[in-house]
Design a protein around this ligand. Structure first.
Ligand SMILES: Nc1ncnc2c1ncn2[C@@H]1O[C@H](COP(=O)(O)OP(=O)(O)OP(=O)(O)O)[C@@H](O)[C@H]1O
Ligand SMILES: [Mg+2]
Length: 237
């Protein structure tokens, strides 16, 4: 196991694009334990925040520190809302991800078989990834991240466009990934899912971190009018 990368410390994070401040000074500390859910209306800055944390974007101002380390990238993985699968089999997508990390052939095979099994995709292993259903592709995207054994997995709307049964299947995989020791940081629009999966909530609105609370107290007693309206379904953008 590589060196621990948590806590993740965000200090005065500002992101500007197109002459606009899109994230307006976010300060927070995220610990290795528990599932952290980022909630907020459309356009609040949730996806931007995940991308910054994952190092895909550079902050305009402010800092992102991983336990004082600068080289935490190798221990992170991210699954996007619309994951892109390579033109290979389901199994080939996983093997390729490991080959890119320099993992040897025997170890690759062992790890790939294990995650295919644990994500319920063993029977689909040889099919071209792109013919899998939406829910299966989403589970494959999770498998492709999981097989890397990251310390943290960022998930951006992992169940958007999935039906309730497929969403629950994805949630089960997320719980298993966490149980294997990976920190989960995710966004969702599904309040039911946020209640099921959230340990702590970061509530963003208009590029600001408006509330940060344990999930139970966020849902039972939001402090800000924006969060109260969001929970009541009255704040959608
Ligand atoms: N490169 C860019 N240039 C200008 N504006 C941008 C850029 N990238 C993002 N934005 C804007 O920043 C805001 C936040 O975007 P972001 O994708 O983080 O929202 P979000 O909270 O993930 O919303 P959703 O719930 O719809 O996914 C949006 O208003 C978006 O239009
Ligand atoms: Mg988004």
């Amino acid at each position: 196991m590589s060196q621990p990368i948590f806590p993740l410390v965000l200090t005065g994070l500002v992101y500007e694009a197109g002459g606009q401040a899109l994230l307006k000074g976010i300060t927070a500390e995220i610990q290795a334990t528990g599932r952290t859910l980022i909630l907020g209306p459309n356009g609040a800055g949730k996806s931007l925040l995940l991308r910054l944390c994952h190092g895909l974007l550079k902050p305009t101002r402010g800092r992102i520190d991983w336990c004082g380390q600068t080289e935490a990238r190798r221990d992170q993985a991210m699954v996007f809302q619309r994951p892109v699968m390579l033109r290979r089999s389901a199994m080939g997508n996983l093997t390729y991800a490991l080959a890119c990390r320099g993992v040897g052939r025997a170890e690759r095979r062992r790890r790939v078989e294990e995650v295919l099994d644990r994500t319920g995709l063993a029977a689909k292993a040889k099919l071209p990834a792109r013919v899998l259903s939406g829910g299966e592709q989403q589970r494959l995207a999770l498998a492709r991240a999981w097989v890397l054994r990251p310390q943290v997995l960022f998930l951006d709307e992992p169940t958007a466009n999935l039906d309730p049964a497929a969403s629950l299947a994805v949630e089960e995989v997320i719980l298993e990934i966490q149980a294997s020791g990976t920190k989960i940081v995710m966004t969702t629009h599904d309040l039911g899912q946020a209640r099921r999966l959230g340990d702590e909530i970061l509530f963003l609105c208009d590029g600001r971190l408006v509330e940060r609370k344990a999930a139970a107290s966020f849902f039972s007693g939001p402090e800000s009018p924006e969060a109260a309206a969001f929970i009541a379904g009255r704040l959608t953008w």
